[in-house]
Ligand binder design. Structure first.
Ligand SMILES: Cc1cc2nc3c(=O)[nH]c(=O)nc-3n(C[C@H](O)[C@H](O)[C@H](O)COP(=O)(O)OP(=O)(O)OC[C@H]3O[C@@H](n4cnc5c(N)ncnc54)[C@H](O)[C@@H]3O)c2cc1C
Length: 453
């Protein structure tokens, strides 16, 4: 039996190894159009900023190790089409310029996503996206060779703020431009505004509600035409380097018209990665995932989801039983000394779904007020009004606090209510929290709000 995998990073390789472990005598061919494999893209901002000192530290397994594990890894081989009726992938050998056909019994699509560019910006020297290891190398070389001192980041999502930190660590002054009215838009604005204020207090220029209009270039005294200014609908900003962090789109163009079910280019799968085509699986940034809190399929391009869906696909191919309900949109982000975390629905999402919900946002302390180093910890809970069931949680606070949301991830998973959390026995000691843990405090406020007191 032959499994063909397209894409050799998180989803593709998780799936390949999971299938190999669980299916005897499985031949595995992995097609990868690039040359970088099995790397932790999430670490790239820290590599650029110097927190991680060597690129090799981001590589989980290099190509040689993967081949030694028995995988037929074909680098610089791009899937350019699939004939599902013949069970064949049409593949372009990018070095030889030849097209070949690779038949499969099982197919896993793990092609990830492509970065979004603004029309007219691609190809301008000094303008980058950050999606692949190659992008990360290009940004680092550009910064070093051109001695960059001033940058603009367009897009205030988690990649954007992580790059703000990376550039800050390199001593590069950076402005951030975001077209919405707040940064970090997967969170509610009242939570993200805490980080936004922190960044402004640290001296960062954050321009909200501004849309990039065009770029200007300069020859910098004969060193070649490259970006010099970012012009938005409201202002003009000097920029020797521009990083666009505007989101990603599924890399599934080669599947158009093949009959595979997709929503806005993202492949629709079930909880085990199966697509609508028998024997064909998809996982990672090229696919949708089921969000069991919202009860809908969503496009959530995250490393956590890619690894899980890859592994589940392999198990499913092997016919192994799995217990997986779907994801609950959990995520963390850090920028310098501030952190935010979330799980489940935000108020914004609950409103969009027309739910009858309530929410509270409390400011507590991350340790006893009298204990040295006590800092603010903000907790937001979103719950259903009819029964107090917790449907979402968000936190913001200084270094080390975001991870506390893990106390609320299982609460949502297990359908707990704010009544359950009001007196939940979280334990207490002054260096860790207050006698009433932050979650107790937030839940108590929610209970009071529900009872109208
Ligand atoms: C800067 C950055 C920070 C991030 N931080 C976090 C984080 O903190 N937490 C988190 O959960 N997630 C984070 N992510 C997201 C996470 O890295 C991705 O969700 C994950 O890497 C997706 O894995 P994947 O295997 O689906 O796709 P990819 O990693 O994109 O891999 C897909 C592979 O398929 C190849 N390919 C594409 N098309 C073809 C084709 N037609 N033929 C052959 N090969 C093809 C590509 O070359 C690529 O190597 C971050 C991402 C970035 C870029």
């Amino acid at each position: 039996m032959r499994l063909v995998v397209i894409g050799a990073v998180a989803a593709g390789l998780s799936g390949a190894y999971s299938a190999m472990k669980n299916i005897e005598d499985l031949e595995v061919i992995v097609l990868e159009k690039g040359t970088d494999v099995s790397y932790g893209a999430c670490g790239m901002p820290y590599l650029i900023g110097g927190t991680i000192d060597e690129e090799s530290k981001l590589i989980a397994k290099d190509a040689r190790e993967i081949v030694a594990d028995g995988v037929d890894l074909r680098l610089r081989h791009e899937a350019v089409g699939v004939d599902f009726s013949l069970k064949e992938v049409k593949v372009r050998d990018l070095d030889k310029g030849q097209d070949i056909v690779v038949p499969y019994d099982l197919l896993l699509i793990g092609t990830g996503a492509n970065a979004v560019w603004i029309p007219g910006t691609k190809g301008v020297d000094g303008v980058f996206t950050l999606n692949t290891l190659e992008d990360s190398r290009n940004i680092s070389s550009f910064i070093e060779e051109r001695k960059v001192t001033k940058a603009v980041i367009v897009g205030g999502g988690y990649k954007g703020v992580e790059m703000l930190e990376a550039l800050h660590d390199l001593g590069i002054k950076a402005d951030m431009i975001e077209m919405e009215e707040s940064i970090l838009n997967t969170f509610d604005p009242d939570v993200s505004s805490i980080t936004e204020k922190y960044l402004r207090d640290e001296g960062f220029a954050i321009h909200l509600g501004e849309k990039l209009d065009h770029l200007e270039t300069d020859t910098y005294g004969g060193t070649g035409e490259r970006v010099s200014k970012v012009v938005t609908d409201k202002g003009t900003y000097d920029a020797e380097l521009v990083i666009l962090t505007l989101g990603v789109r599924p890399a599934t163009g080669f599947l158009e018209g093949t009959g595979i079910e997709m929503t806005k280019g993202a492949i629709v799968t079930d909880l085990e990665g199966r697509t609508n085509i028998p024997g064909v699986y998809a996982a990672g940034d090229c696919a949708m995932v089921f969000d069991f809190v919202a009860g809908i399929d969503r496009y959530l391009p995250l490393g956590t989801n890619s690894n899980k869906m890859g592994k589940l696909s392999g198990l499913s191919m092997a016919g192994k039983p799995v217990r997986f309900r779907g994801v609950q949109s959990s995520g963390y982000v850090k920028v310098l000394g501030m952190e935010q975390s979330q799980t489940g629905m935000t108020d914004t999402a609950a409103k969009r779904m027309g739910l009858d919900f309530g929410s509270v946002l409390v400011r507590t302390r991350d340790r006893s007020g009298y204990y040295p180093g006590s800092r603010n910890l903000y907790v937001k809970l979103t719950y259903l009004k009819k029964d107090g069931r917790l449907i979402g949680a968000q936190m913001a606070g200084e270094t080390g606090t975001a991870i506390r949301i893990q106390g609320l991830v299982p609460a949502i998973y297990a359908d707990l209510t704010v009544y359950d959390l009001e007196y939940m026995d979280f334990g207490y000691a002054p260096p860790f929290n207050s006698v009433w843990d932050s979650i107790n405090v937030a839940a108590s406020k929610a209970v009071r709000s529900l009872s109208g007191t």
